[in-house]
Design a protein around this ligand. Structure first.
Ligand code: 5GP
Ligand code: ZN
Length: 113
């Protein structure tokens, strides 16, 4: 665990979060600044900074699967949703613990700005 990492502190319970789903490898919780009616972040329990550093394909697949389960649970699977991984500066990454955004509940614009 990286001590100063915000999302590691959510994993440890040091910082509270509205958890919607979890298992032994991953946690899904509501984004503190939602950009859509459903905005959930799916993260691995272990610290991985960016997508580029995520070399465990099993772990990556597990995170994607949990994102789809969250969409089902949130009732947006059929209406539609978007999964996003922002990476590094131009990608808009602000928290350097790998996370998948799950956004839904409204029509989302494409392409992103
Ligand atoms: P990024 O910009 O790195 O792709 O996404 C980071 C996300 O984390 C942002 O959408 C931001 O609103 C969210 N976030 C930042 N701090 C917290 C926090 O303390 N709790 C929760 N639940 N979300 C946070
Ligand atoms: Zn971390």
């Amino acid at each position: 665990m990286a001590d100063a990492c915000l999302f590691c502190r959510i994993v440890s319970g040091e910082i509270p979060a509205k958890i919607v789903r979890q298992d032994d490898r991953a946690i899904a919780f509501r984004d503190i600044s939602p950009q859509a009616p459903t905005h959930v972040l799916v993260i691995p329990r272990r610290h991985v900074a960016t997508l580029g550093e995520a070399t465990d394909t099993g772990e990556l697949g597990h995170l994607l699967r949990m994102a789809a389960e969250v969409a089902e649970q949130e009732g947006v699977a059929t209406t539609g949703y978007r999964t996003v991984i922002n990476t590094n500066g131009d990608g808009g990454q602000t928290v350097f613990h790998l996370h998948l955004h799950v956004l839904g509940g409204r029509a989302l614009a494409w392409p992103p700005g």
